[in-house]
Ligand binder design. Sequence first.
Ligand SMILES: [Zn+2]
Length: 92
Amino acid sequence: MTNEIEFDENLWFNHKGCEGKHYLIGNPHTFPGRIYAWCPKKERSFFVSVSEIEQMSEYSKYWINGFLNGNQPEPPTDSNGDVDFESVEYKK
Ligand SMILES: [Zn+2]
């Protein structure tokens, strides 16, 4: 098992205050409007709001649109109720 996070290279955006491309990952289940994302530069995941995004790909625009409208399917959770990023369901 590695700490590598899988992300879609089409789902990039520029994050305020940090250089380069960042990637949308999914729903952090914190509160509405927060998005789980990946920073390759810092090699860590973080939460981002749309207001912190300066530029993004067309794919990201559509993804976020769907996300904010509640069309994104709920990711699977493990027995603790946490999002199970390793599950096969999540990668579909
Ligand atoms: Zn960053």
